[in-house]
Design a protein around this ligand. Structure first.
Ligand SMILES: [Zn+2]
Length: 418
């Protein structure tokens, strides 16, 4: 790629505006992010190279590693001296769990959290169950650019009757009083294929396999979800299904590292009595081995664990990382409750307590987060991938304060600046 072809792009961009500018959305423009430091991450390393990103529509068309000099009158954004990371992915949020009293309060709350996420560089989230009508509505609003926020991929929650008998008894919880396509009671007599089809009809991307389900049911749900093109996202301990039962069922991800203390490598039914402390590393390794073989992502959620004094989560995550189990960065914590973005706190724990370098934590925060949703169109800076970037003023590989120093966020080719 040389200077001339860069001009070519600019010409194309200018031509494409001519006559069409009225009907073209901002997403269809060609943009060049000029002269930044592009960070390429791998599972255990990172490289930084000066370059420019050519964006066509919502995708990366080309990466140019030669200097791009003076080009007038084009949609060019100079990012000289800035650092470009792929957009971040929060693998565990609950955007629409507990409704507020008033509808406008709901909308305000939703939009504030989405806004806070996006301007921190989070361009995609995995919502691990909530009202699918609201989530679907916001998923659409966000994709149309009506609301500023990350792309939303959400789950339907499947659990046994024991769980719902408990949770639906509390009026303060404001849960739906009965089953909906996104919150279904599953028993041995449930037609699983129909249950999954209902969930799919509600627009979800995955089934959250949550609680009070046997090993056999976890297996059935997982197989049927895959058959119908959905993801199987399980809790790490489901009671009676144990972490080992779940790992052997080949789910796509297991949430909450600290839950692994229940039953650990035990096959067959577990209860809360089966808590294994201290952790037997040999037993933990047996489980991690199965998770690794089955390419199951650990959605660690250690910040919420530490808030509940469950310090074992970071220890289990450290071992998982040493073992080569993929770890996603999920917060499971409200974004408006504290000033600091919970995603940063999750990253901090990976680095300070679970043995991750900043580069490894960012790989988890981008590529592994993407994989946790079953997506392949984003998560790294490559030609053909979505143009989702977090652009910072300083080098984020050096630490969290640099990561927090946001210059711009680009999502699907659209530039967001506070
Ligand atoms: Zn959750």
């Amino acid at each position: 790629m040389n200077y001339l072809s860069v001009i070519g792009y600019v010409m194309m961009a200018m031509l494409s505006f001519k006559g069409y500018s009225q009907s073209k959305t901002p997403q269809e423009k060609i943009r060049i992010l000029k002269n930044g430091y592009i960070i390429q991450l791998t599972s255990d390393n990172a490289s930084v190279k000066k370059g420019s990103l050519v964006i066509e529509g919502d995708k990366i068309k080309e990466i140019l590693y030669e200097e791009v000099s003076e080009i007038a009158d084009a949609d060019i954004i100079d990012i000289t001296g800035k650092y470009v990371l792929p957009g971040l992915v929060d693998a565990h949020v609950h955007l629409a769990t507990v409704p507020k009293e008033e509808r406008n309060e709901n909308n305000q709350y939703m939009e504030q959290q989405l806004d806070k996420m996006l301007f921190a560089g989070i361009t995609t989230v995995r919502d691990m169950a909530g009202n699918a009508i609201i989530l679907g509505d916001y998923k659409r609003a966000v994709s149309l650019g009506q609301v500023k926020g990350p792309d939303i991929y959400h789950a339907a929650m499947f659990a046994g009757p024991g769980y719902f008998e408990m949770t639906r008894r509390f009026p303060s919880g404001k849960r739906s009083p009965k089953d909906t396509p996104w919150e279904q009671t599953i028993t041995d007599t449930t037609t699983i294929s129909l249950a999954i089809a209902r969930a799919k009809g509600a627009g979800v991307s995955g089934i959250k396999i949550y609680s009070d389900l046997s090993k056999e049911l976890v297996q059935k749900i997982t197989e049927e979800a895959k058959l119908q093109g959905l993801q199987a996202w399980a809790h790490a301990a489901i009671f009676p299904a144990s972490p080992m039962d779940i790992a052997q069922s080949k789910v796509h991800s297991m949430s909450h590292a600290f839950d692994i203390v229940y039953g650990l490598d035990k096959k067959g039914p577990i209860t809360r009595e089966d808590k294994v402390t201290p952790i037997d590393t040999k037993k933990l390794d047996l489980l991690l081995q199965v998770m690794k073989e089955n390419n199951i992502i650990l959605d660690a959620t250690n910040y919420i664990a530490e808030n509940n004094k469950l310090y074992i989560g970071t220890v289990i995550t450290k071992r998982a990382k040493e073992f080569g189990v993929k770890v996603a960065v999920g917060t499971d914590w409200p974004y408006l409750m504290e000033d600091e973005i919970p995603f940063y706190k999750e990253l901090r724990l990976l680095v300070e307590k679970s043995g991750f370098t900043m580069a490894e934590a960012l790989w988890s925060a981008t590529q592994i987060g993407t994989e946790s949703i079953g997506l392949t169109d984003r998560g790294s800076i490559k030609e053909g991938k979505r143009a989702d970037f977090l652009i910072t003023n300083e080098n984020p590989l050096e630490g969290l304060s640099q990561l927090k120093d946001v210059h711009l966020v680009v999502k699907a080719g659209v530039v967001y600046k506070k």
